[in-house]
Design a protein around this ligand. Sequence first.
Ligand SMILES: [Zn+2]
Length: 383
Amino acid sequence: MIKTVYVNIPSYIEDSNYRYKMPKPQLKIEGRGNGIKTNIMNLHEIAKALNCHDQYPLKYLGFEFGSQTSYKFKNDNDVTCIINGAFQDDQIRKQLDKFIEKYILCQKCRYPEMYMKIKGGKIIYGQCDSCGHVSDLDNAHRLASYILKNPPGNQSIKSGQEEVQMINSEGQTGNKEDKQKKKKVLAAEVGLDSELLEAFLVQLRDTYNRLVVNDKIDNDVADMMLTQDIKKFNLDRHLKDRVCYLIFQSMFDENPTKAFERNYELLTTYFNDLDPQLASCHIILNIQYLMKKRNIDDKYFTTVLKGFYDYSYIDEQYLLKWFENTDEWKNESKEDFLFNEQLDNHYRQLSEPMINWMKSQAGQEEEYYEEEEAEGEQPDVQQ
Ligand SMILES: [Zn+2]
């Protein structure tokens, strides 16, 4: 076994406590004469650390060295990345750092927190998840045209979709048992760390941003396309909490309440399809996680919670169950992969004024409806 050695991203940063690290490239020279080539044995792991396709750094190295590359992906543990010619650690490391500077690091804060995106099908740009900075990337490099043809999200998604199609296609090959086995494997793969989930997340985010960036597409079309993206993933019911998570991750940012109106239809379609109780549970946990992940000030928690409540995405009775920390809530929430007891208690405390307000409103609303009914009109009851 070769022990994995980690270096900083990029490797010339000398701080040993730096939090962004990637595996040091492991090279193996294979063949000889004209057929000599360099196998970058752990490029797949490196690309994972860089949060990009294996092919991006591989092609970059190929272009820089003027060499052919070859790439084979069988599964997560069996990926082959080869460059023709014999290259030394130093050469690979230097070029990999250049790739990182151009396509991975935020141009402002220099952290490798940038999401690569494409606008108008022509320009590659990046948005930083750490500082929010947006800037164009190196569109003149030969890699740029490769990226445009193979946009972020697409390749790994392809393998994910193929798998889903395989499961959905009836009968031609394999028997039922095989298919069931495959379905189980796929379900198991969709964990938080799974590449498939990550790829789906990237795709959703890309789709969403593409639609937002491109003003020509109207909201209805945008919502429809996003819905299709979600449907394509074909998750079974047990994985619905993951879809909820993906929706949150892709639609809600530092200002979650803004996303309601724009995505009203999609959100409603999705949440209506879930058991109201289950949906409420997922939503509450996702709000907590979003607040934490996006560093949203605690004082906005009730605003966000109320937003979801106002749009009827959270069931009122369930919200009270959550607030009272009933056994029902405890049993259900701990099944969800986002549940964190400490966070849960923290936000529960913060929500007290809002819950009190809600309780006082509930009484008033009843009176209001009674009056309306007395006048012979249908009350505008929430769905
Ligand atoms: Zn930044």
